[in-house]
Structures are given as structure tokens and as C-alpha cells.
Design a protein around this ligand. Structure first.
Ligand SMILES: [Zn+2]
Length: 133
């Protein structure tokens, strides 16, 4: 018996289960929407994950814990060595803000996609389209 044909969203859902790395989820979605991008431009502040040079736009895909998102994942604090993690995560946050400012000051538009957003199917596509079109 032939395998049933899957819709694109069913295929995307399957991919998501296999590979849950947030950045790959965003890249696959952008690719399926027809956007062309470059990766990890080291000459830009913060080394943005996904770069659209002709649109002068960049996307950061941020882990909620590492970049202290205002969500359940970001609020988690390791029980061991809070005196280490507190300042370290605070520094990450400060550095992120500085990088965004530096990019915006040189005419780049920025979008942060949070890890938790990549776990909710359907919400990401309109956000990316709004940012890029
Ligand atoms: Zn989050």
C-alpha cells in the first residue's frame, strides 16, 4: 500500500518532531516560504543567526534560558551556583541589548524569534512574513 500523501503542514510537523533545534525550525520555515538568507554574518554585531542582506534585516533565534526571555523557560534558574548563573545571564541580556542597538543604529531591522515561539506551530509564519515583507 502506498504511503498517504502529506500536506506541507503535516510534513513540517513531522520535521519538528525529529529536529527541535529552534534555529533549524526557523530556517526551514523561511526556506519553505521562499525567503533567501545568509547565515551567521560574523561582521555584524551579535553575529546574527539569519541575515537578509538586500532587505537589511536580521533574525536572531534566541534560547529562552540563555537570553532570559520573559516566559516560563526563561524564568528557570539552575539550583546549583545561582551566584554564577545570575550575573552570567544578566551579562547575556545586556550584550543582546547592546548588539540590537548597534545594528539598528547602522540601519538594520532586527527580529528576535524566541525558542518558545518555535514550539507553537502556526504562530511563527505570520510573524516572519510581517517582518520580512
Ligand atoms: Zn520564551
Amino acid at each position: 500500500m502506498a504511503a498517504p500523501r502529506l500536506t506541507i503542514s503535516e510534513r513540517m510537523a513531522r520535521i519538528r518532531k525529529v529536529d527541535t533545534k529552534p534555529e533549524l525550525i526557523v530556517r526551514r520555515l523561511l526556506h519553505s516560504l521562499g525567503y533567501r538568507y545568509r547565515l551567521h554574518r560574523t561582521d555584524l554585531p551579535g553575529n546574527p543567526d539569519i541575515v537578509f542582506p538586500s532587505r537589511r534585516k536580521v533574525v536572531f533565534v534566541h534560547g529562552c534560558f540563555w537570553h532570559q526571555h520573559d516566559c516560563k523557560l526563561g524564568a528557570k534558574m539552575p539550583k546549583a551556583r545561582p551566584e554564577y548563573w545570575g550575573p552570567k545571564l544578566e551579562r547575556n541580556k545586556t550584550r543582546d541589548a547592546r548588539n540590537l542597538e548597534a545594528l539598528q543604529a547602522t540601519g538594520w531591522s532586527t527580529l528576535i524569534v524566541w525558542e518558545c515561539q518555535t514550539r507553537t506551530s502556526g504562530a511563527l509564519e505570520p510573524t516572519l512574513r510581517r517582518f520580512l515583507d
